[in-house]
Design a protein around this ligand. Structure first.
Ligand SMILES: CCC(=O)SCCNC(=O)CCNC(=O)[C@H](O)C(C)(C)COP(=O)(O)OP(=O)(O)OC[C@H]1O[C@@H](n2cnc3c(N)ncnc32)[C@H](O)[C@@H]1OP(=O)(O)O
Length: 630
């Protein structure tokens, strides 16, 4: 069947399409219907079903006689450690951790925050929550205490599961003190913390609150899988929004299982038993969908990689892992390939490895630039699939569905909409635009199963963020166009979200931190183009009247402050002091024009600018930090 046939099948019968896909899931009670329209733009998928994600990801493979198959390959070039966990071993580890959680009172609907590095236990923790119907919220290890505290206060977890430390090249990240700091900052206090003591750093446990992971697993009976309703949240994953506060994207259980299972074969072209590797982090949606749940639901072996594309130990690491573990489909962010290409432009290090197992490279997380795609294709000689999705959607909105049909690649486009997504380009008034016309990318409601049904504790914000601008549509926040062949092109964000090394970050959130510095009267943060990371944040600071502080000193202080308050993941390293910020006559900061000046792209003097001279001042300031031709 061709891509067009499959997409047409979905268009002809949306619900029938997904009900057929649902037949690959083992249900405690199969869904009698696919979609429930709750009104006002809210939908639920498979709401009358009962099932358990952990059962489908782990137990059923054991029961089907595949317990000896490797479920997880752990490969840590940072520690030099490698390990394999079979589906049977995974079942035992998950069931005993879930038993410990249940024994301490964690039950269906309770929230559990997970703050873990890239070790198999991170997946064990996620699956243990899923087993009980507890709702996990994984927080990326590159976030600081303050960000963790914000999530604790929103999710109100009964427990936190964390490791004693994470490992970055040349540096131990002290997770436990970060957790302690976050709990101190947060108003909500979890009942208890489960700490995985890593050999690289043993953390001090707080008596009465903290328990050692292994003691916890050892001393309680195993827990069974708890069947949950289709719309029961499997997890909450926080993502940057247009204001500082992160949005808690909810993932409902049933639709998530159905959609992810479908994507493993149809998009990623793997069969059960194949090795699938997503080199990302469990803290991001890629980690949720394609390190943990997708591969395991589909009976694939997944790779948990604790390393970096370069420097652990060199730019050949990816190729070693593919060779050593027979990876068939490999997924990473374009920034990672750019890092490899920069270190090894001729692909010399690939020649040391047998890459014949690899059938495709998938790229997502940020726009894939044509040079990177071409370089990867020239050297790997397999399809390089740029695909586009979001934390909110949980799986690809647009892709080249290799398991259905490899359609012709158009470099610069993540190809075509996947079944479930009716994508349109709209003008500001919400009117559909024609081929090759640039506008807001919107998706006709309902969204497919597996996508967000709402935001945690924030229905109004959900409507305001996604449903209100274009009634009847989901607003993606991206701008772009569709060509005459139906290929989508993603051009820019329509809000203040920037993408740094495949990490979605809010400039508004960074501005809040800069504004909290006692010498800063006013500030702006913009995302400037960066050859390696895609974008980098740059801060502009106006100091309080009469301040005689050294400018470089204040800039260094705000850089430190962002690292402390948001975390190293913000990659906030550049700030300049300016006298004034360019604004419209109504007081809106002209961030877009500042970006154009920094990037050296053509720009027009905004008609509504208050004082054009300020743009010269901004240009001069940018030159001092190497931008705007400086
Ligand atoms: C499709 C839907 C989606 O968009 S989901 C999101 C997809 N995005 C991704 O998968 C992310 C892809 N990016 C990456 O994996 C990394 O950026 C890669 C390419 C590997 C480069 O890593 P790295 O060299 O550490 O640079 P970076 O910019 O990521 O890091 C900035 C600073 O943060 C730190 N950091 C990173 N991870 C952690 C962590 N888990 N715990 C603690 N700290 C962390 C880095 O060490 C770095 O710190 P420093 O400033 O160098 O001191």
């Amino acid at each position: 069947m061709s891509y067009k046939d499959v997409y047409q099948n979905w268009q002809d019968d949306h619900e029938g399409f997904w009900l057929e896909a649902a037949s690959y899931i083992d249900w405690d009670k199969a869904p009698s219907k696919a979609l429930t329209d709750k009104g006002n733009g809210l939908y639920e998928w498979f709401s009358d079903s009962l099932g358990n994600t952990c059962y489908n990801a782990v137990d059923r493979h054991v029961e089907a006689g595949r317990g000896d198959q490797t479920a997880i390959i752990y490969d840590s070039p940072i520690t030099g450690k490698k390990d394999k966990v079979s589906f049977s071993e995974l079942r035992d580890q998950v069931a005993s951790l879930a038993g410990g959680l249940a024994d301490k009172g964690v039950a269906k609907g309770d929230r559990v925050i997970i703050y873990m590095p890239m070790v198999p236990e991170a997946l064990v923790a996620m699956l243990a929550c899923a087993r009980l119907g507890a709702i996990h919220s994984v927080v990326f290890g590159g976030f600081a205490s303050n960000e963790l505290a914000v999530r604790i206060d929103d999710a109100k977890p009964k427990a936190i599961i964390a490791a004693s430390c994470g490992l970055e090249p040349g540096r131990v990240v002290h997770y436990k003190p970060l957790v302690d700091g976050a709990i101190e900052l947060a108003d909500h206090k979890p009942d208890f913390c489960v700490i995985l003591q890593r050999e690289q750093e043993r953390a001090d446990l707080i008596d009465g609150r903290d328990v050692d992971w292994h003691d916890f697993q050892a001393n309680t009976p195993e827990a069974d899988c708890v069947p949950v309703e289709g719309n029961h949240p499997l997890y909450i994953l926080y993502t940057s929004g247009t204001t500082g506060a992160p949005k808690g994207v909810i993932r409902a259980s049933a639709g998530h299982m159905v959609a992810l299972y479908w994507t493993m074969e149809k998009i990623y072209d793997v069969k059960p038993g194949d090795v699938f590797w997503a080199a990302s982090d469990v803290g991001w949606v890629v980690g949720h969908s394609y390190i943990c749940y997708g591969p395991l639901l589909h009976g694939n072996t997944t790779v948990v990689f604790e390393g970096k594309p370069v420097g652990t130990p060199d730019a050949g690491t990816f190729w070693r892992v593919i060779d050593e573990h027979n990876v068939r489909s490999f997924f990473t962010a374009p920034t990672a390939i750019r890092a490899v290409k920069r270190e090894d432009p001729t692909g010399q290090l690939m020649k040391d490895y047998d890459l014949s197992s690899l059938r495709a490279l998938f790229l997502a997380g940020e726009r894939a630039d044509p040079d990177t795609i071409q370089w990867a294709f020239d050297h790997l000689k397999v399809p390089v699939v740029d695909h586009w999705w979001q934390t909110e959607t949980g799986f690809a909105i647009a892709a080249n569905p290799l398991g259905v049909e490899e359609i012709p690649v158009k470099i610069g486009s993540p190809s075509v909409p996947m079944p479930g997504y009716d994508v349109e380009i709209l003008d500001e008034g919400g009117n559909p635009l024609g081929p090759n016309e640039l506008g807001a990318i919107a998706i006709k409601l309902p969204l497919p199963p597996g996508t967000l049904p709402g935001l945690w504790n924030a229905e109004d914000r959900f409507r305001k963020s996604y449903l209100s601008t274009f009634p009847g549509y989901y607003e993606t926040g991206d701008a772009g166009m569709i060509d005459e062949d139906g290929y989508l092109y993603i051009m820019a964000r329509t809000d203040d979200v920037i993408n740094v090394a495949g990490h979605r970050l809010s400039t508004g959130g960074m501005e809040e931190v800069l504004a909290s510095h006692p010498d800063v009267a006013e500030c702006a943060v913009i995302g400037v183009s960066d050859q390696l990371k895609g974008q980098m944040p740059v801060g502009f600071l106006c100091l309080n009247a009469g301040s005689d502080r050294d400018h470089a000193e204040v800039a260094a202080e705000v850089v430190k402050l962002v690292r402390e308050k948001i975390g190293p993941v913000a990659a906030f390293k550049l700030a300049v002091v300016v006298d004034r910020l360019p604004k419209t006559r109504s007081g809106k900061i002209l961030r877009g024009t500042m970006v154009n000046i920094a990037d050296g792209t053509p720009w027009k003097m905004p008609a509504t600018i208050d004082d054009p001279v300020i743009l010269d001042e901004i240009t001069e300031a940018l030159k001092t930090i190497g931008y705007a031709g400086g």
